[in-house]
Design a protein around this ligand. Sequence first.
Ligand code: PBG
Length: 324
Amino acid sequence: MYFPQYRPRRLRQKENLRRMVRETYLQVDDLIFPLFVQPGQGVKEPISSMPGNYRFSIDELVKEVKDVQQLGIPAIILFGIPEKKDEVGSEAYAKDGIIQRAIKAIKDTVPDIIVITDVCLCEYTSHGHCGVIKNGKVDNDATLALLAKEAVSHAEAGADMVAPSDMMDGRVKAIREALDQAGFNHIPIMSYAVKYASAFYGPFREAAESAPQFGDRRSYQMDPPNAREAVREAELDVAEGADIIMVKPALPYLDIIYRVRKAVNRPIAAYNVSGEFAMLKAAIANGWLEEKRVVLEALTSIKRAGADLILTYFAKDVARWLSE
Ligand code: PBG
């Protein structure tokens, strides 16, 4: 049936009608809020390129997490800025490292919130790469043991889930085996399975002080033009034991989310990264875009593409808007 018998506008006339045929919903349950933690006391340092986001010392972080919990957001993901960095990122797997202490403090005061940890070396290495360096290159296999150690130390500190973001080959398997051996077979892995070498991570690297000191990440993160490779990466991580598959970034990669959704039967997470956040915030600050509408539209598009979960710096605002 075609026009004039069929008229799609019939079902768009009133809000209640539109509600009845709406296909996609954004819910507070979908949200994961990223948080940065650094040493010190009473620190709540604004991140200039990410308005409304801060680097917290542990005492301030705990207050923020209480807020997040009160807004009904089910989970946070933690990134650490250590006291000191070295060649092998020792602070990443130190018993009293910044993340390990932060997890304990959160679990002591806000035990129900799901604490996810980013498992990577770049914030902890002096060279800023996500793995150890041998002969001027990021050495894949030598990095695996360190990542596994880091994941186990997060679990020991009380993390509910670990999220490897380094893009070394075989790291999900190495982490799964290490967790299981250490008595943590109940801890899920959310793998940054499909992570592109993206220019949209700029503000994050400033916030986490994790920019590589030489070269770039293109020898381990994916080449942005590739889509079929994304499906291979996702399938590999499922085979290695990943429980949730992440695609990152989100908005410039909606086609990738859609493909991965079709290819793998696991929950899909998408990371609405720092550059995507900064881009919208800048336009909003200029009065060029209307904040609530544009943010809800952008995040809904990520769900429409096929994501179940969204990591986003907008999580607190969205939680407020959805409960209005
Ligand atoms: C690496 C990591 C990065 C982000 C999350 N984990 C940066 C990178 O790969 O350089 C970026 C997140 C964002 O831009 O919001 N540990």
